[in-house]
Write a protein that binds this ligand. Structure first.
Ligand code: ADP
Length: 599
């Protein structure tokens, strides 16, 4: 831009300089011409006066003529301070104010004399070798009618004119120089006025190229440069808007990718990872930082996955697989590998969507196991009922004693079937969350008293001592029926798995929360017995459906294997926890903790 500014300035200066020079030359020439012309006119008038005042002395002899004309010349010179020369028609000088006429050469060859003889008047400007200066000569023919008698010539030195001309030249050159300096300054300012907005715009365009679209240039003028500035500002604004949209879309896409539960990995045609979202980080165990920009072959912990990627890249066919990965933990992943061509690219990249199906598959397995278990559980009582009924029909009915005992067995088994079906229905109701909970404040003292009353006869049958204690004024928000179901199931187990003469005890107490405002205060209900206890290895599994420590004993006690599973679900429904502490041969404690208030 600087170059342009200097070029523009130089151009202005040159143009101004040339015009000033041309004007100076013209002025000088016209000054000199006017001066010369005025001098010539003046000399012409002088000559006419001279001719009129002293006519050509035709009547005198040659010597007389010379003498007369010489004296005239000298006199005139004194009056007018001009050299006067009288020349006869044949060129002989008869009188001269500055020289002896005899010593002077014939003047017929002088230009002004020749012109005067031919046209009546003549002039010439030349260097006089006699006086060693430039002289202006003016000659006029003196006539008597048509006959030329001689020529009178005046001459003045050009020194004065030349001096004033050279003065004028000095003034002109000085003026020119001054003008030059002025012109240079003005031109520089003008050039600056033109180039500065351009420089600003160039700077703005460079910053826009560096993606800074907030830059604006002043555009409040009416000329073309301001028009350009306005266009540039509009461009920056539009780019800024588009950039914001792109950024917003990018962020939206990024947050979708970051928040989606499926892992998304993109691989470019060269096999490098270009995208690795946070779910992928969680499922495959490496961070996006470690993965993006690197080859998929570096998936060292996932050999099978990299094999699948290679296969999909080579075949360019979509792949759907389920794969067990062992890093960062064992998971079953559902993989969808979709080849995709990015716009403008020839080669095909790969989009991989990963889904953790471990829980789904476990649930499916549990469902099918549950169906198998239910069928198995139903089969035994049904087979018993069928068998005993057939035996009765085959004749046993005739023996009243046998018939009585068989009918009792059939009744017990159908009772068990009824319980089993009841439990299954209850469980499925709770699991499908079809039943609605009705939370209300429960007075635990009254509640425990009522519940223990229910179990009294059952306990008395086995001579088991039932005890309960609760902090006074203990309340909690719960669904009372469900809470009763929890406690009854636990008490039933306690009685079932405690030998005759044992003890089953319930204790309810308040456990203060950790926060100062006590919002997370809890109620702890512990059901303890002095029963057979549960072996350590079975403890983690006793809340599973149909899980029994000792199948024969559970059956004989009338258990369905679903009681604790129902308890666990009901405790979950109350946002509480249940755990068990047990020692074989000593007894068990089932500890439930429920929040004081339901969230
Ligand atoms: P069941 O109907 O067989 O009692 P549960 O789900 O209630 O089924 O209990 C699962 C298993 O846990 C029982 O079969 C039993 O082996 C064990 N169990 C439950 N409660 C006790 C207890 N209080 N003492 C010892 N074992 C228990």
């Amino acid at each position: 831009m600087k170059k342009f500014r200097f070029k523009l300035t130089a151009l202005f200066v040159l143009m101004i300089g040339l015009s000033v020079l041309a004007a100076g030359l013209l002025m000088g020439k016209s000054y000199k011409d006017n001066h010369t012309l005025a001098l010539q006119e003046h000399m012409e008038k002088e000559m006419r006066v001279l001719i009129a005042a002293a006519p050509w002395p035709v009547g005198l002899t040659e010597d007389g003529q010379t003498e007369y004309l010489q004296s005239q010349a000298v006199r005139f010179k004194e009056l007018a301070d001009m050299r006067v020369t009288y020349v006869r028609a044949d060129g002989v000088v008869l009188g001269d104010s500055d020289h002896e006429p005899e010593t002077m050469a014939n003047h017929l060859d002088r230009e002004e004399v020749r012109e005067a003889l031919e046209h009546g008047i003549g002039s010439s400007e030349r260097h006089s070798s006699t006086l060693d200066e430039n002289m202006l000569y003016m000659a006029m023919a003196v006539k008597d009618g048509d006959r030329v008698q001689g020529v009178i010539r005046l001459a003045v030195g050009m020194t004065d004119i030349e001096r004033s001309l050279s003065k004028m030249w000095v003034a002109l050159v000085l003026g020119l120089l001054l003008l030059f300096v002025l012109a240079a300054g003005v031109s520089y300012r003008v050039a600056l006025g033109v180039t500065r907005p351009l420089e600003r715009m160039t700077g703005a365009a460079k910053r826009m190229a560096d993606m800074d679209y907030e830059i604006r240039v002043p555009d409040d003028g009416k000329d073309e440069v301001s028009e350009l500035a306005r266009a540039l500002n509009a461009l920056a604004e539009s780019l800024q808007g588009q950039m914001a949209v792109i950024r917003r879309n990018g962020m939206r896409l990024q947050s979708v990718l970051d928040n989606m539960p499926s892992g998304v990995v993109m691989i470019d045609p060269a096999g490098n990872v270009t995208l690795y979202n946070s779910s992928a980080e969680w499922l495959l165990g490496s961070s996006a930082k470690e993965r993006v920009g690197r080859s998929f072959t570096e998936f060292k912990q996932h050999y099978e996955l990299s094999q699948l990627i290679r296969q999909a890249l080579d075949s360019r066919e979509p792949l759907h697989e389920e794969l067990t990965v062992y890093f960062p933990e064992e998971r079953l992943l559902e993989l969808n590998l979709v080849p995709m061509r990015m716009s403008g690219e020839e080669e095909t990249g790969l989009l991989i969507v990963l889904q953790d199906v471990t829980a789904i598959r476990r649930l499916e397995r549990m469902r099918s196991e549950f169906v198998a278990n239910v069928s198995h559980e139903l089969k035994t009582p049904v087979a018993a009922v069928k068998g005993f009924a057939e035996t009765l029909m085959a004749g046993a009915v005739n023996d009243p004693e046998t018939a009585q005992s068989f009918l009792k067995i059939i009744h017990d088994e159908s009772e068990r079937l009824n319980r089993l079906i009841g439990d299954i229905l209850e469980l499925s109701k709770i699991e499908s969350r079809r039943s609605t909970q009705q939370f209300s404040p429960v007075d635990l003292n009254a509640f425990l008293e009522r519940t223990m009353e229910f179990m009294k006869t059952e306990a008395a049958k086995k001579n088991i001592e039932l005890q309960w204690e609760a902090d006074p004024e203990l309340f909690l928000e719960a669904d009372e029926d469900r809470l009763g179901q929890i406690l009854l199931n636990l008490l039933q187990n306690g009685i079932n798995y405690t030998p005759d003469g044992g003890k089953v005890k319930v204790r309810a107490e308040y456990v203060a929360g950790e926060g100062a405002d006590d919002v997370d205060g809890k109620i702890r209900i512990t059901v303890s017995d002095t029963g057979i206890g549960i072996p350590k290895k079975d403890l983690p599994r006793i809340f599973e459906r149909f899980y029994r420590v000792d199948k024969a004993r559970s059956r004989s006690s009338g258990g369905t294997g679903l009681g604790l599973s129902i308890v666990k679900h009901l405790v979950d429904m109350h946002h509480g926890t249940i755990r068990v502490e047990s020692t074989v041969g000593v007894g068990s404690h089932f500890i439930i903790e429920l929040p004081l208030l339901q969230p």
